[in-house]
Design a protein around this ligand. Sequence first.
Ligand code: SF4
Length: 125
Amino acid sequence: MEWQGSRRLFLKRGIVFGLTFAGVGALIQGCGQSPAGGDAQKENKAASAADPCSDYTGLTEDDIKARQHLGYVEVSPVSDRQCSNCNLWLPPPAGNPCGKCQLFKGPVEPGGHCTYWAPLAQQAG
Ligand code: SF4
């Protein structure tokens, strides 16, 4: 009888110890991780503070692929061909350093460039 009592106690303590160990492990693991995309969001926030024209918050993966497909770069390799003197450029509103492009979504550097750069159309007059 005494043996059954100690066996029952042993199993009880084993279950309690196992559950405690699993709970502590899950807690430690949970503390070390952020929600999906957490690191990317932190990096994006840091980028947006330093350079708001690199803030792609709100853009979908397809939007970003469209930018890449057109060969958009933030610094033009051709000094006299920049977004700010492109016919597809949409100038920034007052107080915002970033413009936009008619071909894709998101902020655009005035000094940027892509393979679709087009000279400003001559004004009729
Ligand atoms: S078409 Fe290209 S060069 Fe022109 S504004 Fe858009 S991203 Fe800039």
